[in-house]
Ligand binder design. Structure first.
Ligand code: EPZ
Length: 425
């Protein structure tokens, strides 16, 4: 079993760049299915993530040709003719549900197994289904499968919740549907803006991403083009929280500070020094002050993906903090593992109360999902002694070469390879 070995207690220091955003590249890869021409799509500096490999496997299985050119990906999607996403790959990555939109748009059909639950919640898809039906799709859910078919046409969709995936699915379904689509109460996450930019480069006609109302004028088809997703705001936030928890000083370079505003406000509230200069953000400082109440919210609120790493930081803060998780019910699986390191946290439904302790001690802990794993890495960096972190496949879904990145900032963290079967080559 592969694992990370961490010897904590050293403040991190230095400068680091951040790889492309996982939650931009995944919908952008799905969007490439809408290019029926023989023209190539070049995606620049694509991060080497498990989830990216999973999506590439899915696209290849549907008939796309995907080649690596250095750090870039070259996609040719003229021969996409399969509408059934293989079950094993669908189960590898539940967020592949946003393949329904482009498959319906391209082939008029889509067949996926139900995404099912995972460590951070049951992952319902009702908003995706209702929205696609409003665009003319006939969708049946039976025997664990979702069968969708139909000639999509423009329509109006009012999302009951600003779901990121549902917003992306509907944009992809509407991009080549006949007529205009309006999505209201759309997710405002920056990744939606990145997706709109990419689609418009390929010839789509989309406006309003980043706001709650998105307008899509359907076009007959898309063509090739080149694109680079923006830096991963959650990875950038994780590095800054690594500086905060170890009492060091880290500068993340070539990021978009606006994407990090909610986190930076909270770090200032916790008494940490935060400096923004152009596309760089520096966090430095000693022991955090407790933050009486933090609530996760859709963008531009504090992002749920940084909740576990911030909880890890608050375990060492002076005083008691309360974290309220509004986005995913039950996203506190990191708490049991942090307790093994000496953290004092009590969970009551979607609320966690963290009582700061003077120090954490190294332990053997297990990541249950991507961001819970990141929280454990941060706690291990600050803990006294050695920690072993198991279940690192979860972490490597969203962090490209995390040990190397943290070692460049002075951390003592090493990956020990075990023998494990990977579903994705
Ligand atoms: C995206 O997930 C991200 N994943 C998540 O990042 C992120 O945490 C989340 O958005 C929120 O920002 C990708 O982009 C690949 P949602 P998604 O639909 O689209 C409920 C990470 O660590 N809901 O906005 O699945 C849902 O249960 C991952 O990088 C419905 O009820 O998030 C949840 O409670 C984790 N019905 C809430 O909405 C639906 O049809 C937010 O989900 C869809 C969602």
């Amino acid at each position: 079993m592969s694992k990370y070995i961490v010897r904590g207690g050293l403040p991190l220091a230095g400068k680091i760049k951040v790889h492309g955003a996982k939650n931009s590249i995944l919908p952008v890869l799905a969007a490439s299915l809408l290019n029926k021409t023989g023209e190539q799509i070049r995606l620049e500096k694509v991060p080497a993530l498990y989830d990216v490999r999973a999506m590439i496997s899915i696209l290849s299985g549907l008939g796309a040709q995907v080649d690596r050119d250095g750090e870039d990906l070259l996609l040719r999607t003229a021969n996409v003719d399969c509408y059934h996403v293989p079950d094993a790959l669908m189960r590898e990555m539940r967020s592949s549900i946003f393949l329904m939109g482009p498959l319906l748009g391209r082939l008029g059909r889509a067949r996926l197994c139900y995404p099912g639950g995972c460590a951070i919640g049951i992952r319902p898809i009702n908003l995706h289904i209702e929205g696609l039906r409003a665009l003319g799709a006939v969708i049946e859910e039976k025997d664990g499968y979702i069968e969708a078919r139909g000639q999509l046409r423009g329509g109006e969709v009012d999302l009951a919740y600003p779901s990121v995936g549902a917003t992306e699915n509907l944009i992809l379904a509407a991009a080549t549907a006949q007529g205009e689509t309006i999505i209201r109460n759309a997710a405002c996450e920056p990744e939606i803006v990145d997706l709109q930019k990419f689609l418009n480069i390929l010839g789509a006609n989309i406006k309003g991403a980043g706001s709650p109302v998105i307008k899509i004028k359907g076009v007959p088809g898309l063509h090739g083009g080149s694109f680079r997703v923006f830096p991963d705001r959650i990875v950038a936030g994780t590095y800054l929280l690594a500086a905060a928890i170890t009492g060091g000083s880290v500068t993340v370079e070539e990021v978009i500070p606006e994407h990090l505003q909610a986190l930076l406000r909270l770090l200032r509230q916790a008494g940490v020094s935060v400096m923004v200069a152009g596309s760089s953000v520096t966090v430095s400082g000693g022991r955090l002050k407790a933050i009486s109440r933090v609530e996760t919210k859709p963008y531009p609120g504090f992002p749920t993906d940084l909740q576990p790493p911030l909880v890890a930081c608050l375990t060492l803060a002076s005083g008691s903090s309360t974290m309220i998780e509004h986005v995913f019910k039950g996203r506190f699986h990191h708490v049991a593992e942090l307790r093994k390191m000496g953290a004092r946290i009590s969970v009551h439904g979607h609320r966690a109360v963290i009582s700061g302790v003077p120090l954490l001690k190294g332990a053997v802990v297990r990541a249950t999902d991507l961001r819970a794993g990141a929280a454990l890495v941060l706690a291990a960096l600050a803990a006294r002694g050695e920690s072993q972190i198991l279940g690192i496949k979860h972490i490597e879904r969203g962090y490209d070469r995390l040990p190397e990145a943290l070692r460049s900032l002075g951390a003592r963290i090493f990956r020990v390879d075990g023998v494990e079967k990977e579903a994705i080559s």
